[in-house]
Design a protein around this ligand. Structure first.
Ligand code: PLP
Length: 358
């Protein structure tokens, strides 16, 4: 059956991006962050394509369980850790690494029959103010952890950067300095940089880098393209023209009559809408790739359709393919037309859009 809309996932691109990260962060180990359904690309296929990473990371226990049930045997880190004795025991059974970021999670380990089952990533909050022990809480937390029968060789230290995508910000180096100061004297492997951290800030890598976005071939920086960084987009969201119509000058299109044809126009209707994960905030003028040319999206995004001004595109007809983002049209650029970041567009691709592996 031929599908109107699909997300084509290029598994070679995933592998090549992993190799690129290894080159850039030479000497560091790579924890591939594949939470939120592999940034929308499909959790299990992404895990299989990135099986050579030194570890995989997800946000939540259920995501790890899904991977184990699919037969994934890699190290899996739960970035938010666990929140109950049941979750802790499931994490032990499934062989997950856990992040510990609150005193409550240490309580759980103290009450556990088997705290030495875990590799523990102790998270330090160096300025994000989201998860982690504040610098002054770090030593007391380590005292408690080290009093448990945990295997010291299984301890790791981690922090997360808030502004690594901003080349002008001094905050990244300040966070690294706070991390070093808070953890000095604790000789455990460290993990700092996400995609922006590892590409933008050599001192913010640590022994383990934690890329997500870059592995999917997307740049975390506003002023540097993925191609500049040596990355290849892994998802191409592709759809089909389901109608072509002539719209006379002065007539409006779609809900709210949000776009009025400024001239006699050819409008292509594509099978893709917010029911597929296109944001309704994608504005008139958002580029769509058709027959190798860019054409602007016009009018409102509907649930199952969008309209494109195809007046300048030769040979548009029903059945033509159109690329919403991916190869030839960076998702970073499309995201900017919705006032958002590429992460949100990628994660937002709905379950009804089939993922096709290439
Ligand atoms: C999501 C996440 C990452 C990956 O971030 P990218 O910007 O996608 O590279 C790394 N570390 C933590 C803790 C995360 O939550």
């Amino acid at each position: 059956m031929s599908r109107l809309i699909r997300a084509v996932i290029d598994t070679n691109a995933l592998r090549s991006n992993l190799a690129r990260v290894r080159d850039v962060a030479a000497g560091a180990r790579v924890m591939a962050v594949i939470k939120a359904n592999g940034y929308g690309h499909g959790l299990v296929p992404v895990a299989l394509a990135l099986a050579d990473a030194d570890a995989l990371a997800v946000a939540r226990l259920e995501e790890g369980v899904q991977l184990r049930e699919a037969g994934v045997r890699n190290t899996i880190v739960l970035l938010e850790g666990v929140f109950s004795a049941e979750q802790l025991s499931e994490a032990a059974q499934r062989g997950f690494d856990i992040v510990v970021h609150t005193a409550k999670q240490i309580d759980l380990l103290e009450d556990s029959p088997d705290p030495c089952a875990f590799t523990i990533w102790v998270k330090v909050d160096t300025g994000m103010n989201r998860l982690g022990f504040r610098p002054e809480e770090f030593r007391p937390a380590m005292d408690r952890l080290c009093a448990l029968p945990v295997d010291r060789s299984q301890l790791r230290l981690v922090t997360h950067l808030a502004r690594a995508d901003e080349p002008q910000s001094t905050e990244t180096l300040a966070q690294v300095a706070r991390f070093e100061a808070a953890t000095s004297g604790f000789d455990y492997p460290r993990s700092i940089g996400n995609s922006a951290g590892l590409f933008g800030w050599p001192s913010a890598r640590g022994d383990w880098v934690r890329p997500g976005l870059a592995l999917f071939g997307v740049s975390p920086f506003a002023d540097r393209s993925a191609a500049d960084l040596g990355l290849v987009p892994a998802m191409t969201l592709e759809t089909t023209v389901i109608a072509v119509r002539r719209v006379p000058k002065g007539e409006a299109i779609g809900y709210g009559g949000a776009w009025c044809a400024p001239r006699d126009s050819v409008v292509a209707v594509l099978a893709a809408g917010y029911g597929d994960g296109l944001l309704r905030t994608l504005a008139t003028g958002t580029p769509v790739l058709m027959n190798g040319r860019r054409a602007p999206l016009v009018g409102r995004v509907s649930m199952d359709m969008v309209t494109v001004d195809a007046t300048e595109v030769a040979g548009v007809q029903v059945g033509c393919k159109a690329v919403l983002w991916g190869a030839g049209l960076p998702v970073e650029e499309v995201a900017s037309h919705a006032g958002t970041i590429p992460y949100e567009l990628l994660c937002g691709v709905r379950a009804r859009v089939p993922r096709e592996l290439r």
